[in-house]
Design a binder for this molecule. Structure first.
Ligand code: PA5
Length: 452
């Protein structure tokens, strides 16, 4: 059995009629990626440069090893967007779903807290936990730019909590650009151990750099296997002809879906462990392709949960969606015949919960096909470091290819940067007085508000 397989039957016009993609159209679009593929393998984007990605592994391992003497109990990760979503995805997929509860009793690995927001309510609660155990807390501060206000403010706060403890500087690891930014300046001045975000790799493409690999290494995740999975996926994409190439076909489908008016891309994992993968994908697709007035809207949905929340809309609502299932069969658990006096429950008794899960997935997919809602399935046959690395890389390449089809730069995020500038202006950063005035003017204008 292959590790990752894609079934595109449900997006083709021969299955769902005029709502689907014509094969000729699909293969012509896929062909358009041929030249692009050759170019990028001749001159790889930094996120594809495995020599660089692998070069950081020894240092990641050395730092991980050196931290063992502190018997870390709390891992606090500060970062936002691409600086935290990859780690969240990895932990979600590979650790116990209730890791923090379990770790107290039997797991030697630390509890973890990923602070990807600055809502003071959550910050206060994590701070209270850390304050009880400052000496055994490891802080990992991640920001490519080293300037993001959310991350910098969190850093200021948590550094203050740790600073009264012995050797606290060795328990703050900074991951940032190797040359630029305030964080780099702070590393130089205060002497924290640090790891680089390699040149040319933006947040959402950085999961296989120290950004995602260092926190994973702290949790005992096999980072070499993860990078190997990505590297093998890269070789597969390079050598596989377009009709059989998952990256090329997926990029062509998602692009065409948008062109066919299916602008909502719903990623629906039938697998809790991959639910955070949809968050990661959501950012990757939205921030990379939402430019110059176009771009699909990625939506997160979870099977089976959202069958009872969203499915009605996907089946019977506007024909503006395509559904990407991620399916993983997973573990087994028998449903005991514990309510045998109800005859109508016979069809469940003695069966496996996984069988029911699969039946629900098949039922949903069938009903989407009958409703002529385009859908495709990515089967992830095993979830481990290797397949997760492969899946990350597959989607990074898909988005890079889609950027080519849309003819936009998939690697910048001018909209996000603008928001960051205005935030700093409101907070009184020097040099941004003009932007501050603009916001102040907004606030003095008549506002259309209603309320209770
Ligand atoms: O993908 C991106 O580039 C962004 O989502 C960033 O990751 C996010 O804005 C955080 O930026 P930084 O890592 O510079 O703190």
């Amino acid at each position: 059995m292959k590790n990752i397989e894609m079934d595109i039957t449900g997006v083709l016009s021969k299955t769902i009629g005029e709502q689907g993609i014509d094969e000729k159209d699909l293969y012509e679009t896929a062909m358009r990626l041929d030249g692009f593929k050759k170019d990028v393998y001749r001159s790889p984007y930094p996120f594809m440069d495995f020599a660089v990605l692998k070069s950081h592994i020894p240092e990641i391992k050395d730092i991980t090893e050196s931290l063992k003497r502190f018997e870390i109990k709390n891992l606090v990760i500060l970062g936002i967007g691409g600086s935290s979503l990859g780690t969240e995805t990895i932990f979600h997929a590979l650790l116990h779903p209730f890791h923090n509860l379990e770790s107290i009793h039997q797991d030697k690995r630390p509890r973890y807290f990923i602070l990807d927001n600055i809502d003071p309510n959550k910050i206060n609660k994590v701070a209270e936990i850390i304050e009880r155990d400052r000496k055994k807390t490891l802080l990992v501060v991640i920001s490519k730019s080293g300037e993001t206000p959310e991350t910098m403010s969190q850093f200021m706060l948590f550094k203050d909590i740790l600073k009264s403890t012995k050797n606290y500087r060795q328990r703050i690891i900074v991951i940032t650009d190797s040359k630029k930014g305030m964080l780099r300046e702070i590393v130089k001045k205060e002497g924290y151990p640090s790891l680089p975000v390699p040149e040319g790799i933006g947040g959402r493409f950085s999961v296989l750099t120290p950004v995602g690999l260092f926190p994973s290494s702290i949790m005992g995740i096999d980072i070499e296997d993860m990078v190997k999975g990505a590297e093998d996926m890269s070789s597969y994409i390079k050598k596989t002809p377009h009709k059989k190439n998952m990256a090329v076909i997926l990029a062509a489908i998602l692009y065409l879906m948008d062109r066919y008016g299916k602008k909502m891309h719903v990623m629906m994992p039938y697998c809790d462990r991959l639910s955070a993968f949809s968050d990661w994908f959501r950012q990757l697709e939205a921030e990379s392709l939402g430019k110059a007035g176009s771009g699909p809207t990625p939506i997160k949905s979870i099977g089976v949960t959202d069958q009872h929340s969203q499915l009605q809309l996907y089946i019977d609502g506007p024909k503006d969606k395509c559904i990407i299932f991620l399916y993983h069969g997973g573990e087994k658990r028998q449903i005991p015949d514990s309510i045998s006096y109800i005859n109508d429950l016979e069809y469940l008794a003695g069966k496996d919960m996984g069988e029911l899960f699969y039946a629900e997935f098949l039922g949903t997919r069938r009903s989407l096909i009958e409703a002529k809602t385009p859908n495709l399935t990515i089967n992830v046959n095993e979830i481990n470091e290797y397949s997760l690395g492969a899946l990350f890389f597959l989607y990074e390449m898909v988005i890079a290819m889609m950027g080519h089809l849309y003819n936009i730069n998939a690697f910048d995020q001018p909209g996000v940067e603008l928001g960051k500038i205005y935030t700093k202006a409101v907070m009184g950063k020097k040099g941004l007085e003009k932007q501050k005035k603009t916001i102040e003017k907004d606030l003095t204008k008549k506002r259309y508000q209603i309320g209770f």
